[in-house]
Each structure stands twice: as C-alpha cells, then as structure tokens.
Design a protein around this ligand. Structure first.
Ligand SMILES: Cc1cc2nc3c(=O)[nH]c(=O)nc-3n(C[C@H](O)[C@H](O)[C@H](O)COP(=O)(O)O)c2cc1C
Length: 347
C-alpha cells in the first residue's frame, strides 16, 4: 500500500546504493527471528506446489539471479514468499565487476539497464554464506559464471570448480552463459563451445552424484539468440540431458523495445543488459519457442519482464513450469510475490 511512496523516495538515490541498502535491510530482517516471523506472516503466500527436478517448490515464483549475488540476504528474501531464490552469479575468484555507475533505472518504461559484469565475493566466501540454516521449504539455486580474466577456452575449469563447491550446498545449479556484461561469455552458447562445456559439467555432476546427491543442472540462455542459434543450443542441452533451461537473461537489443514516447530517453542507449517491461515479449516468445522446439520435454523457468500478475499467467500458459522475477520486484515492492501467487491460485 505504501510502496509507491517508498519507491518515490528510494528512486531519488543512486540505484546500486539503494540496492545495497535494501539487501542489507532484508538480511537484517531475516536474521532477527521476530522480524522474520512478522515478514513471513505479512507476505505469506497460498500453497501452489510445483514438482520439478524431483524437488517440491511451494509456489511457481522465484527470485532471479543477480539480486543476491553473494548470498548475504537469502534467508530474509525467503520471508517475502519466494519458493526459490537463485544466488549469484558467483565466480570462482573474487572480482569487482565493471566500473560504476553500472546500474540505471528507466522508471517511465519500468525498466533497468545493468552493466554489472559479475561483481562477486568469490566462491569460497559465498559458499560460507550458504552454509547457514535453510528456512523451511526454501529451494536454493546457485548461478555460476566464469571470472572475467578466464579466457573462454579455459572457462570449463571455472565452471567445474564452482560445480564441485556448490553442488553439496544448492538444490539446483545454473550454468550462466548469457550475461551480456562479460566480454565473450555469450559465445559459450554456440553449439561446439556449449557442448564441450556441458559434457564436462554433466560428467562431473554425475560422478559427484554417486558420492553425494544428484544436483539438477540448468542452463540460462539469452533472449537475443536467433532461431538457428536457439536450435543449436537446444540440441546440445537435450543431447547432454540437461535438466532444464532458464529463459531469459537480459537483452542487448534496443531498437523497437520501448514505446515511441520513450524512444529519445537519454538512458536507452546505455550499453548493457535491459530488463523489465520491455523484455517481456522477447522472453515470452523464447519460452514459447523452447517449449515448441523440444515438444515440452525440457523444463523451462520463464523470466524476463514480468511486471504484472497477468504476465506471470502468460509465462506459465506458454509452458514455463516456474517463473522468476527481478525488475518487477523493484517496481512493485515486496508484496509482488504474494500478489502473483494470489492471482495464480484464484484460477
Ligand atoms: C541488476 C541486475 C543484475 C543481474 N545479474 C545477473 C546475474 O548475475 N546473473 C544472471 O544470470 N542474471 C542476472 N540478471 C538477470 C536477471 O536474473 C533476469 O534474467 C533478467 O533481469 C530478466 O528478468 P526481469 O525482467 O524480471 O528483471 C541481472 C539483472 C539485473 C537487473
């Protein structure tokens, strides 16, 4: 009810600074049991269970990667009604990401452009953050990326090291080859590179599974793949028996993405990944195409531009088994998950 006013105040400040304030506040709230209990009560969602990858998700809505990159606030975020929270992107070694400013809001278009470039405290520290007690029912995903200085030819080494560290800690892992802010990363989506990477990761995951537990391995794709690039990627995913796909990451496209009235907005030409309302139709189409091209055999998590409950319905109607939100949370506030789940359970 008060969020439009809070948002107005928060939007007076630098976006990344506000993000860190918010994250610290949520971390604090999640670590003080009476406050966490009040939050859980306030944002309690209907039970709308989804079975996927042998895991029960209490509802279809999760938090997309990039919000809690270092896994500092996931216990507080769980109080906002998410069935799952995806930590990361985590890189093996700590790195600072791209120079600031690197996060821009376009409120008129309910959009964000980010040029973050995987700032990460590194795998060892993030792993420590994830060893805390798990809130009941929360599914924890970890999104993996390579360090900026690792050439693509050696990327597999980074992902293999991350897989080994995080498979005992995560319910599912995501191979991120689709962020636009790490030079060359998206080339790992090409047929040959993707096959070389995924075949090694799947072999490693399977060998770990015999000693530990089976950890589902997902791949996150960009919305900017052409139809033939998407076909190539899906062939590789299917051939390697990847458990699921997350569609989509942010887009580098700008032309035709914004309504005409915003075409001259000064921030539109910032480079980086565009998320939020303008992304929705691209992501929705990508989900529809994946479902069609795989005959619905590959589970899809739909993400990109979900700003209203109606869009959440549309994404699920397109065949996504789960959905994730990020920018919608910035524009709608903490009650957004509850609002979506309420609307879904009314159907
Ligand atoms: C500031 C910001 C940082 C992000 N960082 C990551 C990241 O580290 N890894 C990743 O896979 N996706 C990242 N994303 C992409 C989101 O997970 C999501 O795929 C994308 O924003 C589309 O969803 P949305 O329109 O609901 O925001 C980031 C998005 C934003 C806005």
């Amino acid at each position: 009810m008060f969020y439009p006013l809070i948002r107005k105040i928060l939007f007076q400040f630098d976006p990344e600074t506000v993000h860190h304030w918010t994250l610290r506040t949520i971390r604090f709230a999640g670590s003080v049991p009476p406050i966490a209990a009040i939050l859980r009560w306030s944002y309690h969602t209907h039970s709308l269970p989804v079975q996927l990858f042998g895991i029960t998700f209490s509802n279809p809505v999760g938090l997309a990667a990039g919000y809690d990159k270092d896994g500092i606030a996931w216990r507080g975020l769980a109080c906002l009604g998410f069935s799952h929270v995806e930590i990361g992107t985590v890189t093996p070694l700590p790195q600072s990401g791209n120079p600031k400013p690197r996060l821009f809001r376009i409120p008129e278009g309910q959009a964000v452009i980010n040029q973050m470039g995987f700032p990460s405290q590194g795998a060892q520290i993030v792993a420590q953050h994830l060893r805390r007690t798990r809130p009941k029912g929360l599914v924890l995903g970890v999104n993996l990326g390579k360090n900026k200085d690792t050439p693509n030819e050696e990327a597999a080494r980074d992902y293999l090291a991350l897989l080994e560290i995080f498979s005992p800690l995560a319910d599912y892992l995501v191979v991120n080859v689709s962020s636009p802010n790490t030079l060359g990363l998206r080339q790992l989506q090409a047929r040959q590179s993707l096959h070389e990477l995924l075949s090694q990761l799947v072999a490693k995951r399977n060998s770990l599974a015999t000693r530990q537990k089976y950890t589902p391995l997902l791949v996150k794709l960009a919305p900017d793949l052409s139809d033939s690039e998407l076909d190539d990627a899906l062939d590789v995913l299917t051939a390697n028996q990847i458990d699921g796909v997350i569609a989509t990451n942010t887009t580098v496209q700008r032309v035709g993405m914004f309504p005409r009235g915003l075409a001259n907005h000064p921030l539109i030409d910032q480079s980086g990944g565009l998320s939020g309302a303008p992304l929705f139709s691209l992501s929705l189409r990508m989900v529809q195409e994946i479902v069609k091209r795989t005959n619905a055999t590959l589970p899809v998590i739909g993400v990109g531009g979900i700003i209203t409950p109606t869009q959440a319905h549309q994404m699920l109607d397109a065949g996504a088994k789960l959905i994730q939100v990020y920018t919608g949370l910035i524009y709608n506030g903490p009650a957004f998950v509850k609002k979506i789940v309420k609307s879904l359970s009314a159907c």
